[in-house]
Design a binder for this molecule. Structure first.
Ligand SMILES: [Zn+2]
Length: 344
């Protein structure tokens, strides 16, 4: 299995996040990639390839042009206005009843309109990292198109909270959704996205909710008490042509592997009946017991079982990295999913 990875993510670093009552370094940090690469190498997965540049055409199939312009221009504008030393993030948000088309010459207006929380800061290296994560996803997709049976796109920043014109939850461009569209545009009739990150993939759900060509399944902490709070309920099943093609499997805090495996089997059955040409796995391991931003209790050996269920689907499978923040266990958890998948 080839691993697609770029160092370009490293410049997306140094912004604080609010936890409890204080600002702390963001859990979504460059060290995540280091520990994953190290654990993969220790597990014999060392076939690492750099991405090829793809431009923004594929991203523009999913994301609004003004939103892309915002991501590219906001930090340089912020720097000009405020000077160096601080990360750009919104102070207000474009909520219901407020005009949401921002003045593209005002960095504060753009941040208010195009982010939905305070967990999408922009710093000097963010845009380069965001673009490279898309290249990492698309380079993996290109290999799949060329006949690979599986590939791992080690994307950073992650993408599944980002929708067509909203960034948030550490996510800016939706790498998995862009890859799904890439497959559709090159002849795949049906694509399934299985999102096993601890948090609901609200961005991916919104992007494909009305569409009849992409099945989206998310296993996650139930939104009654977990981020992103306003989406991810079991009764969200898709609309219009997408009716029946959105499956949310929310689970309560403290969920362990037994309950989680029941949801995995439900997801697997739905994917089998859909019979997609391509499976994308939004691979988050913040379901780990001890993850600083997760609330489930999966143990490191449990991740072997997740890889086995995915292997049992016997589909071309494109793994795309999402969350996972317990630095000491993150690498091994990811490696366990991938090695057990490969052992099938
Ligand atoms: Zn997550």
């Amino acid at each position: 299995m080839k691993i697609i990875y770029s160092d370009a993510h490293k410049g997306h670093a140094g912004a604080p996040e609010m936890r409890g009552e204080s600002f702390v370094p963001m859990a979504e940090c460059p060290e995540r990639m280091e520990v994953i690469l190290q654990a993969l190498a220790e597990a014999g997965l060392a076939d690492v390839q750099a991405p090829t540049p793809h431009g923004l055409e594929a991203a523009a199939r999913i994301h609004d042009p003004d939103f892309l312009r915002f991501l590219e221009t906001a930090y340089p504008m912020w720097l000009k206005e405020k000077g160096p030393g601080s990360a750009a993030f919104a102070r207000t948000f474009g909520m219901r009843g407020m005009a949401q088309k921002p003045n593209m010459n005002s960095v504060n207006a753009m941040l208010s309109a195009y982010t939905f929380d305070i967990f999408a800061p922009l710093v000097a290296g963010s845009w380069q990292a965001i673009r490279s994560a898309v290249d990492v996803a698309l380079t993996g997709a290109g290999l799949m198109q060329a006949g690979a049976s599986s590939v791992f796109s080690l994307c950073r920043p992650p993408g599944h909270h980002a929708s067509g014109d909203l960034a948030g939850g550490y996510c800016y461009l939706n790498n998995a959704a862009i890859a799904a569209q890439f497959y559709r545009d090159r002849g795949a009739a049906r694509v399934a996205i299985l999102d096993i990150d601890y948090h609901h993939g609200n961005g991916t759900q919104r992007i494909f909710y009305d569409r009849g060509d992409v099945l989206f399944i998310s296993l996650h902490g139930r939104p009654e008490e977990e981020y992103p709070f306003l989406l991810g309920f079991a009764d969200e099943t898709g609309s219009g042509k997408g009716e029946g093609l959105n499956l949310n499997l929310p689970m309560p805090p403290g969920t362990r592997i037994g309950t989680y495996m029941e949801a995995m089997e439900t997801a697997a059955a739905r994917i089998r009946s859909y019979a997609p040409d391509m499976l994308i796995v939004s691979l988050g391991v913040d379901t780990f017991d001890g993850d600083p931003v997760g609330g489930f209790c999966l143990k490191t050996p449990d991740y072997l079982r997740l890889g086995q269920v995915i292997a049992g689907l016997d589909l071309p499978t494109h793994f795309v990295m999402e969350g996972g923040y317990a630095i000491d266990a993150l690498g091994r958890n990811v490696a366990n999913v991938l090695t057990s998948y490969l052992e099938g």
